[in-house]
Ligand binder design. Sequence first.
Ligand code: THU
Length: 145
Amino acid sequence: MSPAVLAPLGKPDKVQELVSKCLQARDMAYCPYSRFPVGAAILTADGAIISGCNVENASYGLTVCAERTAIQRAVVEGHTQFTAIAVTCDIKDRFVGPCGACRQVLMEFGSDWTVYLTKPDGSYKKTSLNELLPLAFSPADLMKN
Ligand code: THU
């Protein structure tokens, strides 16, 4: 079977998988307060996919975003090298980006990430962490002269 048939709409298989994993993760969101489910899926350098959802708390400030849940899981699983993340929520009419705090947390693991902002129907806008967080503070900035 040709790759075109394996990847309908011209989307590479791995991106399709990443997008579908972030949609599945959104369905697991624990968000009784905001009722705003978010899903994320991270593609590691060695091809694994680790997902996360937002986990809220009655003490609202303790809420953890989907992207950060995914990062924490990935690190526990031994991954610190990442190439892409897909993020989704329930908003259908526009592409929604990760919050500023999550952008910074992603930056900890490099600026060279591809970010797929994903709508509930699986369509996505491809961007990058560099684009989402220009002039970022990063681990390299802690190096003293
Ligand atoms: N949320 C995320 O999970 N990721 C983001 O990037 C933005 C916001 C969650 C936190 C909270 O549970 C809900 O969305 C509403 O802010």
